[in-house]
Design a protein around this ligand. Structure first.
Ligand code: ADP
Ligand code: MG
Ligand code: MG
Length: 247
């Protein structure tokens, strides 16, 4: 599904990704772990198409298509979802307005009819129910005044609504208490664990991986994957730290 080869990327003239290669097949969950500043979020942004990042070498294909040639909205329409480490606040735009626009824009690129307000609300409420989110939060401005955990939960509601094919989730577990962690973990499994979908789960901690069991774990350090293994690698990292393992 996703094939990253020798990816080099920089921001403001500083090289952050330094030859990263990774293949993700349909049906797989890959965890990316690694020390602060390793380039994990940068990888997510480059895959999501965030402006400001310059790819200087390498390639990324998604279902055989050159992902790097697509605009961010075209990537979303192709089924790529990026969950941010720091979800943005959008004052003045309600969650339902935002989510409905996003979904209908994607439907348009597939020649599907836009959902009406009523149809959309039904879908949104269904997802809110599944994620244990209050309907009131659907009406509030996007993420404004939401706690860290609420933003992450909201992001999972958004993911449930757009129902992507490939999700890059950047520290979705940060700011979550134990109960919220389980709800979010269950949500990821429910929405994304399917033979035709895949997930790149960026996380500092092993704890989310107790709920969303990865098929592969990779250590990203200084812009490259320096170690890959199965889910036991995450446990080993938790007990030993990155220092010995990344070396
Ligand atoms: P991680 O998510 O693994 O903690 P990031 O991808 O956020 O790491 O950051 C990787 C590196 O890129 C860090 O050293 C960070 O300081 C640097 N970086 C991020 N944005 C910029 C920028 N605009 N200019 C220069 N360096 C940046
Ligand atoms: Mg970080
Ligand atoms: Mg980060």
């Amino acid at each position: 599904m996703l094939k990253i080869e020798n990816l080099h990327a920089e921001i403001d003239g500083k090289e952050i990704l330094k030859g990263l290669s990774l293949t993700v097949n349909a049906g797989e969950v890959h965890a990316i772990m690694g020390p602060n500043g390793a380039g994990k979020s940068t990888l997510g942004y480059v895959l999501g198409g965030r402006p400001g990042y310059e790819v200087t070498a390498g390639s990324v294909t998604f279902d055989g298509v050159d992902l790097l040639e697509l605009e961010a909205h075209e990537r979303a329409a192709a089924g790529v979802f990026l969950g941010f480490q720091y979800p943005v606040e959008i004052p003045g735009v309600s969650n339902v307005q935002f989510l409905r626009e996003a979904l209908n824009a994607q439907r348009a690129t597939r020649d599907e009819k836009p959902l009406s307000g009523g149809e959309f609300l039904k879908l949104a409420r269904g997802q809110a129910d599944l994620l244990g989110m209050d309907y009131d939060m659907l009406k509030r401005p996007v993420n404004v005044g939401f706690s860290g955990g609420e933003k992450k939960r909201n992001e999972m509601v958004q993911m449930g609504i757009v129902n992507p094919k490939f999700a890059i989730l950047d520290e979705t577990d940060s700011g979550l208490d134990i109960d919220a962690l389980r709800v979010v973990g269950d949500g990821i499994n429910r929405i994304m664990r399917a033979p035709d979908k895949a997930v790149l789960l960026i996380t500092h901690y092993q704890r989310l991986l107790d709920y969303v069991e990865p098929d592969f774990v990779h250590v990203l350090a200084d812009g490259k994957i320096v170690r890959s293994g199965g889910k036991d690698l995450a446990k080993q990292l938790e007990s030993e730290g990155y220092v010995g393992i990344a070396a």
